[in-house]
Write a protein of this length. Sequence first.
Length: 367
Amino acid sequence: MSKEKIFIISGEDSGDLHGAKLIASIKQINPNTEFFGIGGNRMQREGLQLTEHIKNLNVIGIFEVVKHYSRIKKIFNNTINEIKKINPDKVILIDYPGFNLRLAKKLSSLNIDITYFILPQVWAWKESRAKTLQQCCKKLISIIPFEQKWFSEKNISVHYAGHPLSELSNLTFNRGSFCQKYSIPEENKIIVLMPGSRSIEIRRHWRIFEKTVKMLQKQHQNLSFVLLEGDNVNISSSVDVIKIKQNQYEAIGVADAAIVCSGTATLETAMLKCPMIVCYKLSFPTWIVAQMLSKVKYLSLANLIAEDGVVDEYLQNQMSAKKLAGGVNRLLKNENRDVVIKKYNRLIEKLKTNENPYASAARYIYD
């Protein structure tokens, strides 16, 4: 194939992971591709020439976006200018709808081939965005099973690539070697802590996580706590935890339970068959607006895709140390663990496809 230029925009840590793997699959189809855009360390390692790092865009919540509006607006305008200067053959938008949908509208007049990979959850709130996707993007690629049917009922064509995280269910890990590596007594129960990848999530969640750890330490003698930190996060902890930045799937895969900030991590944890509870806190004004606009029963991806309460969710005022500790204690009982694993297995079957999702997405982009 001839040399091509692709501009990719991802705005957060999970998008960086998906973006890196998509870049790798595109290179299998066309090794002569040059990649530019917004991403993180993983995408950069795959060859993305950064115009902006995702750490400068990690903002969540309506009122938080307003607070950082001038910075985000500057990055937005710079991105449009970079796209005009580079003149790419294709633009790929990954998730991050607040930024990427506006960008799609701006770019639609430039006659550029735009693909949206990992679609905004328009079925959950602001359904009108579906029309924007249809009007501004040439191709739409979904990773959630029920989305294709939802869009087709509105006469919008969507390609279902399969969910990339379903392949995690095939991974196996050696608990003994993990315990040896991190000096954890093998008889200990391992609890993984995932308070979030954004600094604002850490500020809202970590104090409650610390109180939960202290409560569990008083109740049990044989617990080890593993804290998973994002690439751009450094958490100061007052409790005894083992911090891990690399090879985090291994920690989840051998753990007995996990406390997980809602987001992509909930689905990763389910695919790795680690029993978990899910939690999240927004600013109060953002929470009120979200409650008014949302049409869905659950927040976590694991529950949304399963269309069932696979894992317990502790949101906003329900997110207290007492309730989180109680949730972990229930997961540590074998009979409860077995029930959760059975639900995970049904979810895994729902997500599996015959082709690698990134390869499927890359092929569809070039079809």
